[in-house]
Design a protein around this ligand. Structure first.
Ligand code: NAD
Length: 393
């Protein structure tokens, strides 16, 4: 484990890097934040000062702690200034060549025992590690946005990561007060894989003309207990970002139809209708714009909810089948990483695995698409009259 007396490096002072630096500095580490863009570096401390002053106003931080945390942060323009760090977390542009180059530069200066981690959302850890002489010390430490607020962190060993590197990273992030889960180095890891149908199936229902975004959002929130409906959420994340994740996961699975992205969302992106940040996406955010009314028909709403939740449960069952994570970690990831109202395997047990299987088979029959392929694990549990979650977690 990396003790607070040891320094932590953060490469990238953007959205994620700034959040990770905030966490490490408030935990007592000296932090070296490196960015190739001077503007980004110069914005880092003023940005953190603002966040800290809000925390001080709310009584969640003292002025002295804020001052001390800011003083622990050093700014750097080159990764070579991370030479004394015991852990370096990279959070730069999502491009494997650029990341590999940074890892090579880091390896040339850090000690033999320094852990090198990537915060990548979609690139294979094993491929990033392949650029290193010591791939055993490379792994994924995947925070969610906003990193200081969301508790979940996915720890992702590459094929060559050593047990001790993974254990040390896990213990360190746990000590930072985060909830860690262990994910296999597969596309989307746990959360970004299992959550795909929340968007994808909602988009399908809309594209079929069965319901409007307002009605689908209403069903998922009011009847399902989700904090945000899929369309509000896509508009918040940004349709460009959300569509990019869908396209990346789809391509990474060799174009498995289960993950096929939506043409409609692609058109939104091409039209510049990115969501909240551009003023319009599925909804219009301009001043005075009328919010469309949902059709609050409980029968329709429950059928939408059941279809989307069944697809999510099937995806969670499949992730378990393929060993992406343990059942307990899958449940934790979806409740702590994306705030789902319940773990999906437990939800499947409550709904009855046989009913979920029937829904997926009905969709498969109706559309004739492999997209609606039941997971072998879901089918096996139904055939053996066993629950999805079992009693061990
Ligand atoms: N934004 C999210 O919601 C989110 C969530 C989880 C993980 N991630 C991952 O985190 C990483 C960073 O994402 P972000 O949203 O913070 O990006 P961002 O664009 O906000 O910040 C990236 C920063 O990296 C800097 N940078 C680029 N190339 C560099 C280099 N070679 N050396 C040093 N600095 C360099 C840029 O100047 C920029 O400041 C990506 O891998 C992304 O997939 C993002």
């Amino acid at each position: 484990m990396i003790g607070t007396e040891q320094a932590v490096g953060v490469i990238g002072a953007g959205t994620m890097g700034a959040g990770i630096a905030q966490i490490a500095a408030t935990q007592g580490h000296k932090v070296v934040v490196c960015d190739s863009n001077r503007d980004m570096l110069s914005k880092l401390k003023p940005g953190l000062e603002k966040i800290f002053s809000r925390l001080i106003e709310k009584g969640r931080m003292t002025a002295a702690d804020s001052q001390a945390a800011l003083e622990r942060i050093a700014l750097a323009e080159s990764p070579s200034q991370c030479a004394d760090c015991a852990l370096v977390i990279e959070a730069i542009v999502e491009n494997v060549d650029v990341k590999q180059n940074v890892f090579k530069q880091l390896e040339a200066v850090v000690s033999e025992t320094t852990l090198l981690a990537s915060n990548t959302s979609s690139l294979p850890i094993s491929e990033i590690a392949a650029a290193c002489e010591r791939p055993e010390r490379v792994l994924g430490i995947h925070f969610f946005n906003p990193a200081p607020l969301l508790p979940l962190v996915e720890i992702v060993p590459g094929l060559l990561s050593s047990k001790s590197a993974v254990e040390s990273a896990k213990q360190t992030i746990d000590a930072w007060g985060k909830t860690t889960v262990l994910a296999k180095d597969t596309p989307g890891f746990i959360v970004n894989r299992i959550a795909r149908p929340y968007y994808g199936e909602a988009l399908r229902i809309f594209e079929e003309g069965a319901a409007t975004p307002a009605t689908i959002d209403w069903a998922m929130k009011e009847l399902g207990g989700f904090k945000m409906g899929p369309f509000e959420l896509m508009d918040l994340i940004g349709n460009d970002i959300n569509n990019k994740v869908s396209e990346t996961v789809f391509a990474a699975f060799y174009f498995d139809p289960r993950y096929r992205p939506s043409l409609y969302q692609k058109r939104l992106v091409q039209a510049g209708l990115l969501g909240r940040k551009s003023g319009r996406g599925f909804y219009d955010y301009s001043e005075g714009a009328e919010k469309p009314e949902a059709v609050k028909d409980e029968g329709l709403g429950n059928s939408i909810l059941f279809r989307i939740v069944s697809m999510l449960i099937n995806e969670a069952a499949d992730a378990l089948f393929w060993g992406v994570a343990s059942a307990g970690d899958i449940e934790l990831a979806m409740t702590k990483g994306v705030n789902y109202p319940k773990g999906l395997l437990r939800w499947g047990d409550e709904l009855g695995p046989e009913n979920v299987l029937k829904e997926i088979e009905t969709l498969q029959h109706r559309f004739g698409e492999d997209r609606y392929r039941p997971s072998p694990f879901l089918r096996a549990q139904v055939e053996q009259s066993e629950p999805l979650l079992g009693t061990t977690c």
